[in-house]
Design a protein around this ligand. Structure first.
Ligand code: 13P
Length: 343
């Protein structure tokens, strides 16, 4: 492993004006989204959809890296060009989701633990050979009356750190994603307290397991009130709570911070990131950007509907969301931008 190579990859992923596009939905998640729109849930349709994404003209203007699902890294365009080659030619760094999903944590049925460490060292070595330069592992933290427990937080933190150490050993930048879910009626304040607690444990574990912070990227949730909370605070309050939480517990040495969207309405995700940059851009020690799946893809998928004739308009939609999020990453997003769509 070369620390220099890891830091260089992390820096390129956090390039100014750019962010990451997560297109690593598991078979179950991707099929669920297809089903809701009446799109056939087959490997061929998943391939078509992923081809639509990676071949979107000029996507590289706003996207530094894409997170792929295992199935996708072996797939090709209609013309027979491997997706990995398409991305390489655009200068977009390919990455891969390496966790294998969540299961109930034994003894703590309300909590989840993520699987996928077995055999990971071997898988990472082959991914590096194929040209993949970063990876992602998602842990899930649920807020309810009993959760999360100390055991749940620690088990997930330790697993994230094991994964991150293995990635760095293989020359792959780990994206460390401890997602505190939006589900529930908890307040913004409660989400802030849980997010800080989780991040503190995660960074303790990363430190213990000698993970180089400059050679990793944190993929956190924004600090938000639960979706069923009566008090839905505005973007100013959310930006303030999110950044003040991170300033307390995210070390300055971290290579970058790239948000998941977590099911927020896509325009709100752009607006909130924008406010964070405007209000706190000058005082944040780490670059801050997006690593969205739904908040970039949602309108494009709805437009495509599995029909070849809709491909171009869907690509325009995808390009548009990438552009809006890129502007938010620079603090120059406005709702006016939503009215002008062009490739
Ligand atoms: P969302 O942006 O839809 O929350 O997805 C993030 C992610 O990590 C997908 O793999």
């Amino acid at each position: 492993m070369s620390i220099h190579e890891l830091k260089n990859t992390a820096q390129r992923l956090m390039d100014e004006g750019k962010g990451l596009l997560a297109m690593d939905e598991s078979l179950g998640t991707c099929n669920k989204r297809f089903k809701a729109l009446g799109i056939p849930q087959t490997e061929e349709y998943r391939r078509k959809y992923r081809e639509l994404i990676v071949t979107t003209p000029n996507l590289e203007d706003f996207i530094s890296g894409t997170i792929l699902f295992e199935e996708t890294i072996y797939q090709k365009t209609d013309a027979g060009v491997p997706f990995l080659t398409v991305l390489k030619e655009k200068g977009i760094i390919p990455g891969i989701k390496v966790d294998q999903g969540t299961v109930p944590l034994a003894g703590f049925p309300n909590e989840k633990i993520t699987e996928g460490l077995d055999g990971l060292r071997g898988r990472l070595a082959s991914y590096y050979e194929m040209g993949l330069r970063f990876a992602k592992w998602r842990s899930v933290i649920n807020i309810d009356a009993e959760s999360p427990t100390r055991v749940g937080i620690k088990a997930n933190a330790s697993t994230l750190a094991r994964y991150a150490a293995l990635c760095q050993e293989a020359g792959i930048v780990p994206i460390v994603e401890p997602e505190v879910l939006m589900d529930g009626d908890h307040t913004l304040q409660k989400c802030a307290a849980v997010t800080q607690d989780v991040l503190k444990e995660v960074f303790n574990a990363l430190y213990d397991q000698q993970v180089s912070l400059g050679g990793m990227i944190l993929k956190p949730n924004m600090v938000l009130p639960g979706i069923d909370c009566a008090d839905q605070e505005d973007s100013e309050a959310i930006a303030e709570k999110t950044i003040s939480s991170f300033l307390k517990v995210v070390p300055a040495a971290v290579g970058g911070v790239a948000f998941l969207s977590g099911g927020q309405p896509f325009m709100l995700a752009s607006e909130r990131l924008n406010v964070m940059q405007l209000r706190f851009g000058q005082i944040m020690p780490w670059p801050l950007t997006f690593s969205f799946s739904r908040a970039i893809q949602e309108p494009a998928l709805e437009m495509w509907k599995g029909e070849d004739r809709n491909k171009e308009v869907a690509q325009m939609e995808l390009y548009h969301r990438a552009k809006c999020n890129s502007a938010a990453r620079n603090g120059t997003y406005s709702v006016e931008m939503e009215k002008i769509k062009s490739v």
